[in-house]
Design a protein around this ligand. Structure first.
Ligand code: TXA
Ligand code: MG
Length: 325
């Protein structure tokens, strides 16, 4: 019923059209594609604007970090640091339904929105041949959350993606139903912990490691968007909703409020999301240069991605000696 009312803009691509899907991703489009676990909503992970559109399409109320997909384990070295345990797990289970959360490597080139400002990145090498072919052709890391609107169940068929997101993505690559049908198992390796149970059985991982896996699946703890790395949490106090300049502060503008820097001069929340983490970082260095002791941010509307932006800003503005939610 709902599906017949959905406006459909997305192109449905056949497996023979993988080269077109890859080209679209390289050009900054949103392309949903099948992995063996569930369909992912893909975007070039190095393109901040494309990544921002992923959050807008899903309607996520906050910037949760996304999983980065690569064609092979050899492509991980440029993005993240793998210790011996990570290398063992990768050798044993990649390609497959396992995601590893690893420390980011300097010069990784990913949009900071992908990791939501954390200093770790979640990476997986999917096994589905269509996904591997696609990733190989894109030649860049592809960020992809499950291809469902926020709060709805994951999509395991192209038709599910069309129903849920058909009017918000550019294309859906149809590879038939997903074999596993359950999201990947997520592991952090340093320190070792299970973050999400999923398509790879915990018993299999424990058998491979020869020891039991500590669980760290307290929901608020893993996904808390308050876990900004110090790199992206401004060192100075932050004030929101500021419309005019003050010599004691660096002003981050938006739309009509022009500051020392601007999230988006045209008042585009997608552009603002793509620039947010970079600008918070930049504002700190600028404040150090100017001798300013505060960062002010212009009002950002509470619509679309503006909600997630404000969520982040509120956390950054919270007093430092209080525990972050
Ligand atoms: O099977 C899957 O994993 C699918 C396919 C498309 O790959 N993807 C998927 O993505 O389920 P998503 O966005 O629905 O779930 C990703 C999870 C989130 O719960 C997020 O918090 C966690 O991964 N995550 C991502 N980066 C993280 C990080 N650096 N630290 C901890 N958790 C992270
Ligand atoms: Mg999901």
């Amino acid at each position: 019923m709902a599906s017949t009312q959905t406006r459909r803009h997305a192109r449905l691509l056949t497996p023979a059209e993988v080269p077109e899907a890859a080209k679209m991703l390289r050009d900054g489009a949103l392309v949903a594609f099948p992995t063996e676990t569930v369909y992912g909503l893909g975007a070039d992970a190095t393109d901040g604007r494309a990544v921002a559109r992923v959050f807008a399409a899903k309607g996520r109320p906050a910037f949760n970090p996304l999983i980065v997909h690569v064609a092979g384990a050899d492509q991980v070295a440029a993005l993240a640091v793998m210790d011996a345990t990570a290398r063992d797990l990768a050798a044993r289970f990649w390609p497959g339904p396992l995601t590893l959360v690893l420390p980011l490597r300097e010069g990784h080139g990913l949009s900071p929105l992908v990791t939501a400002g954390l200093d770790t990145v979640a990476i997986r090498v999917p096994a589905a041949s269509l996904a591997r072919d696609l990733l190989q052709r894109v030649g860049r890391p592809v960020a992809a959350p499950s291809a469902n609107p926020s709060g709805r169940v994951s999509a395991t068929r192209a038709a599910h993606v069309m129903d849920g997101l058909g009017d918000r993505v550019d294309a859906v690559l149809d590879g038939g139903p997903c074999g596993v049908g359950l999201e990947s198992t997520i592991l952090r390796t340093a320190p070792l912990a299970l973050l999400r149970a999923g398509g790879l059985a915990v018993e299999e991982i424990e058998a491979a490691l020869g020891r039991s896996l500590p669980r760290d699946i307290t929901p608020g703890k893993v996904q808390a968007p308050g876990q900004l790395s110090s790199h992206y949490a401004p060192a100075r106090p932050l004030r929101m909703g500021v419309r005019s300049r003050d010599r004691q502060a660096v002003l981050i503008g938006f739309g009509p409020v022009s500051g020392d820097l601007s999230l988006s001069e045209s008042g585009d929340v997608i552009e603002a999301a793509a620039r947010l983490f970079d600008l918070l970082h930049l504002a700190d260095s600028l404040a150090a240069e100017k001798g300013a002791d505060r960062i002010d941010v212009a009002p950002v509307p509470e619509t679309g991605l503006g909600r997630a932006i404000n969520d982040r800003l509120r956390r950054a503005a919270a007093p430092r000696d209080m525990p972050q939610p």
